[in-house]
Write a protein that binds this ligand. Sequence first.
Ligand SMILES: Cc1cc2nc3c(=O)[nH]c(=O)nc-3n(C[C@H](O)[C@H](O)[C@H](O)COP(=O)(O)OP(=O)(O)OC[C@H]3O[C@@H](n4cnc5c(N)ncnc54)[C@H](O)[C@@H]3O)c2cc1C
Length: 380
Amino acid sequence: MEFAFGEADAAFRSDLVGFLDRELAKGWTRSEYGLGSAVHSDFSKDFVRVLAAEGWLTPHWPQEYGGGGQGAWQHFVLGEEMWKRGEPRGPQYMNVNWVGPAIIKYGTEEQKKALLPPITRGEVFWCQGFSEPEAGTDLAALRTRATRDGDGYLLNGQKIWTSYANEADYCFLLARTGSVADGRDGISVFLLPLNTPGVEVRRIEGFVGAHSFNEVFLTDVRVPADCLLGEENKGWDIVRRTLAYERVGAPRYARAARVLDGLAEWCRTADLLADAGIQEQFGEARALCEAARVLVYRVIDERAKAKEPSPLAYQARAAMVQAERAVGDLALDVMGSEALVEKSVGDAQFRNSLGAGIAAGSYEVQLNLITRLILKLPKE
Ligand SMILES: Cc1cc2nc3c(=O)[nH]c(=O)nc-3n(C[C@H](O)[C@H](O)[C@H](O)COP(=O)(O)OP(=O)(O)OC[C@H]3O[C@@H](n4cnc5c(N)ncnc54)[C@H](O)[C@@H]3O)c2cc1C
């Protein structure tokens, strides 16, 4: 079977690589600082505007909303090249992967006109307000409330682990408009400007490094009704779709494979590559990166054919976690404690691999879903 990118996508990749070589030479500190660090975000803010000017921030969006009208593959080539270099778009990868597409699919014309153009120009950051102290994996248990208040809503509650909320302009927020007993049927999505009175963002220091973790407290936050995305109480459908995009939105295997190259170089210099055990570990880690790549491509293929998201995304995400972990563990094995030194070749990889199996739905939960939806095993 011949498996290759089409001519147009290959040409796009080659242009993009040239562009990245030029632009990133202007101060990109690579990804040693870890995803989500302030250094990372600062660079991203300028970089995404340049990317937008090239038409490469949202090339896959429809032209009427400021996109380039290109296909899913081109968008993915873009993501792959970005992640190979440590994702210089910073938090913008959320905007372009799933926030914008969710607004395009479920938003009113007014919401689209107001919220999409600033994303296509690279002017705004969004964050994701899903998790709560008592609602992580069990997201449907969330308790942040949105109650009707005249022609708007009052929001009260708390979010946690909200990446980038400290610098985001908007939050894609889940709140309960029905009763707790309604579970998934009582949840709605709000497009919340974070400068609304009553929103308080507090930083959380995490052991995964300089990641921008936050808690977001909402106290009598009054928002107009047009902050609601889609129908009241129908937010779960939006969440399901959003997560399907988010799960494979970040081609993390591309970054892991790049770190693997760096580790091989490190081992060569340290004269470790002749060791058969180490060679085997490198081989396994590389194979996992490649397996993740091919499994993710299957998901993109579905998307390119305009099919609805399928359980393949769970498989692809689980494989990406395995790849990230294999490279992170290898860094620790070969470098020892040096791999934990900040900015060393293995450090950011190891720290990122810790979070990779949790963010966007944990690894264990992906395995549960695979057994049920792909292997069709009975639920105990
Ligand atoms: C780097 C990073 C960035 C994040 N960014 C955001 C963000 O921007 N916005 C946001 O809303 N959230 C964010 N999160 C939070 C993330 O979505 C949650 O941490 C995740 O959903 C897990 O929830 P929890 O932490 O409450 O863990 P829990 O749900 O308590 O799970 C703890 C452990 O138990 C396991 N477990 C739980 N239930 C089951 C089950 N049924 N079967 C098998 N195992 C199970 C899990 O796999 C996990 O290992 C981020 C997390 C990380 C690590």
